[in-house]
Design a binder for this molecule. Structure first.
Ligand code: ATP
Length: 202
């Protein structure tokens, strides 16, 4: 899969809708201090499911919404969409045959985040699993933000293991296993209840 386009609206310093085409050969973004370079990377990570406001340099998740300036009113809604191409065969089941995926995350003041893939509402977990499978999760090792290198050096062994597992491409499997275990437990509970009911009938 290829990250082809990023659309940012109402997110951090991007008050107006902004589209960034990620063309082959893009190697860097330059600009003066504070112009919003890191916000582009934050937008990418956020849309991929980043759940920690702190790692997006905020106090709470709503802090990603454009907070206004002297000249402009704050917004109440932030939305970031990532367009992925060459995804045939990599996408989750209902989207399996679609050559292009549009993954978007939206947050509204007071009502939290919602996620969509190609316009269809999905769970945060579905987005996390998709990007884990593509080995490009919000915490993946290809995105190194400021301060991450020293954090890695000082990481606990279990944190370092998580990074290695992500690199090995098995993080998605862990998430699926967890989901399967939850389903199994629910099914076991249902079976017990069915047994109880049968015993009462007999
Ligand atoms: P540096 O070179 O210093 O790392 P940068 O280009 O990476 O800078 P960013 O950190 O991406 O800059 O952007 C910082 C700017 O984004 C600041 O001007 C800050 O006021 C603005 N900003 C961050 N969050 C919001 C928000 N919620 N609403 C409006 N502006 C915001």
């Amino acid at each position: 899969a290829r990250f082809a386009r990023l659309r940012i609206s109402g997110f951090k310093s991007f008050a107006d809708p902004t589209t960034i085409d990620i063309l082959p050969g893009l190697t860097g973004i330059i600009g003066p201090n504070g112009c919003g370079k890191s916000n582009v990377v934050d937008a990418l990570r956020w849309a991929m499911g980043e759940a920690s406001a702190k790692s997006l340099r905020g106090g709470e998740m709503e802090d990603v919404i454009f907070a206004g300036t002297m000249a402009r009113a704050a917004r109440n809604l932030a939305e970031v969409s990532i367009t992925l191409t060459d995804t045939a065969g990599l996408a989750p089941v209902p989207f399996q045959n679609e050559p292009e995926l549009q993954v978007s995350r939206k947050i509204e003041r007071g009502s939290g985040s919602s996620y969509r893939i190609n316009g269809r509402e999905v769970r945060a977990r579905d987005v996390a699993t998709l990007f884990a499978d593509l080995a490009s999760g919000a915490r993946n090792s290809a995105m190194i933000s400021q301060g991450r290198v020293s954090a890695l050096v000082n990481a606990r062994p279990d944190e370092r293991r998580a990074l290695l597992e992500e690199a090995a491409g098995i993080t998605g499997l862990h998430a699926r296993r967890h989901e399967a275990e939850l389903k199994l437990r629910a099914a076991e509970q249902n079976l017990l209840r069915a047994d109880d009911l049968r015993a009462q009938q007999e």
